[in-house]
Design a protein around this ligand. Structure first.
Ligand SMILES: C[S@@+](CC[C@H](N)C(=O)[O-])C[C@H]1O[C@@H](n2cnc3c(N)ncnc32)[C@H](O)[C@@H]1O
Length: 261
């Protein structure tokens, strides 16, 4: 995960280090966002193991376990995985969690479903790599298995404003994020940002982490064609996690569901 030909230089991207992981759980606690109920409903009839690539700290994985599914997850961020393991253990779950990446993950058995909630697939910032990942998903599904992938609207590519937010941690630390768009490539539909995470205590800066983030945004029909080219069929597209609703231009989250032929 390095950036080539990038204004940020040759540095690790989409890292989700310790401050990012801590903020993630404060900002998006398990079950708080409406997408979870949507995935639970869409996966209710799945009778077999489910894989969540980029499972992060368990925001979606833990509710799937609560719903009595057998779930495996992977993520390259040790800090996100540690949080996921702790959250699972606190509820008596011990799912198979491993440190892997989209680009080269591997399991010795196929899954009945693969689910990728919002904010994960777009982290694959290159078209050819993303296509290879879709083929890898296909290879890890049983015939008739279901893929559910959320993509962020391509409208995000035009959102070049700064992101400044702050949170208070349980121990009283002030956690801040300052995100700046550093590159937008309209031809490849790729955006790069530089995120500065800080931890403040007693008015003093105690920790600071810089994390480059790179994302590739997709057009709706482009992604449908990508799924078809990767061996998926029966593709449906939903907007804003509202079952049966086709996406409007205002939809920020677009969910694709497809079946492995
Ligand atoms: C927005 S979080 C999503 C976490 C979780 N799926 C959820 O719904 O809350 C994105 C996750 O993608 C992971 N990630 C970043 N690069 C990745 C890669 N190359 N392969 C797999 N996961 C990656 C990050 O570590 C992070 O945990």
């Amino acid at each position: 995960m390095t950036l080539q030909n990038s204004p940020l230089g040759n540095t690790s991207t989409n890292r989700y280090g310790s401050i990012a992981a801590e903020i993630y759980d404060i900002d998006k606690p398990v079950g708080a966002l409406p997408d979870t109920a949507y995935y639970l409903a869409r996966l209710a009839d799945i009778d077999g193991p489910i894989l969540e690539p980029a499972c992060g700290s368990g925001r979606t994985l833990i509710p799937l376990l609560r719903a009595r599914h057998t779930v495996a997850g992977f993520d390259p961020s040790e800090e996100m995985l540690d949080r996921c393991r702790a959250g699972c253990a606190s509820e008596g779950f011990a799912p198979e969690l491993s440190r892997q990446r989209f680009e080269d993950f591997s399991y010795d058995r196929p899954f009945a479903a693969i689910v990728l909630p919002m904010g994960s697939f777009t982290l694959i910032d290159d078209f050819a790599r993303a296509m290879a990942v879709l083929r890898r998903f296909h290879a890890h599904l049983v015939t008739g298995g279901r893929l559910i992938v959320d993509i962020a609207s391509i409208a995000w590519l035009a959102e070049t404003g700064e992101d400044r937010r702050r949170w208070t941690a349980d121990n009283g630390d002030l956690l801040t994020i300052e995100g700046k768009r550093v590159a937008t490539d309209w031809l490849t539909q790729r955006a790069e940002s530089l995120l500065r995470y800080e931890r403040w205590r007693d008015n003093a800066l105690v920790e600071s982490q810089m994390e480059p983030m790179a994302q590739r945004y997709w057009g709706v029909e482009e992604f449908r064609l990508a799924l078809e080219a990767s061996g998926f069929a029966e593709i449906t597209v939903t907007g804003g996690h509202r079952p049966g609703r086709t996406p409007t231009s205002a939809a920020r989250a677009i969910t694709f569901e497809a079946i492995r032929k």
